[in-house]
Design a binder for this molecule. Sequence first.
Ligand SMILES: [Zn+2]
Ligand SMILES: [Zn+2]
Length: 318
Amino acid sequence: MPLEIIPGPFDATGNWYRGALHVHTTESDGSIPPDRTVRQYHQGGWDFVALTDHNRVSAPSQVPPGFLAIRGCEYDIGQTELRQKFHIVGVGLEAGREPRPGQSPQETIDGIHDAGGFAWVAHPYWSGLTTSDLLAIDRYDALEVYNAVCELEIGRGNSEVHLDDLLIRGRRVGALAVDDSHWPVFDALRGWVVVRAHELSQRAIVDALLAGRYYASSGPAIYAVRVTETEVEVECSPCAAISLIAGPTVGGRLSAGRAGGAVRARRLEGRQGQQGVGEAEQLTGAVFALTGREQYGRVRVEDAQGRAAWTSLLIVRS
Ligand SMILES: [Zn+2]
Ligand SMILES: [Zn+2]
């Protein structure tokens, strides 16, 4: 089966910008006002924040120089198989063109795109979304694979399996990490995207998101991913494990320490020389050999504290 290599952020040009895509303020059910929310992310070292209050677009009165606030909204709409609402988030909405609340999930996704925005399905695990729910709607750009408040409050923050259920069916959906912050400190600065864009403007960031030029993280950094017909090579900050997630029963995982041996993966030699297999040592990269049976491929990097970084789709075989 021919291999398609999906362009991503690592082979693109431009600067890297870190941002929070899903944040609430006192304009809906958050606990701090928009201006203080912006200050929190600016002081935390973030480059941008999208305010995504429920069913309304809110904005700060001022933004520090060199920082960007993006217009966004979280729409709570429709009904899922388990009788919950879909939460659809859009960012980069042009003023006056944003979808009105109360439309169907699909109308909302399409309306976000019509307003120039980037649309995704929030916290599938927290919402109890089923594969049927996720297949009943289309054209969304991404899923949240990590949502900090959902993890911290009820342990349902990781929706990676939901993403894999879509990827294995041929859907092309990206992977996001977000705070969905409702409180200062508690759930803030914990899940983010790193976007490769030419400048720090709403249009440039949203265009980069729409083009898939980003990766997601709750801790580790991914510096480079190189994909060829036969290998996927990953370079990252010191970590405990690197996985190529590629479909049922195939893929690879390399771990630091004694259990590090993997059939189809080898350590990427660190800049300081070969990485060992001692218990205290860490990985800084991996090379995965492709078997030809991977239906799709994405990469996850995990650190020793249980934090992770996720690429979106890297390869598809059709
Ligand atoms: Zn939500
Ligand atoms: Zn939310």
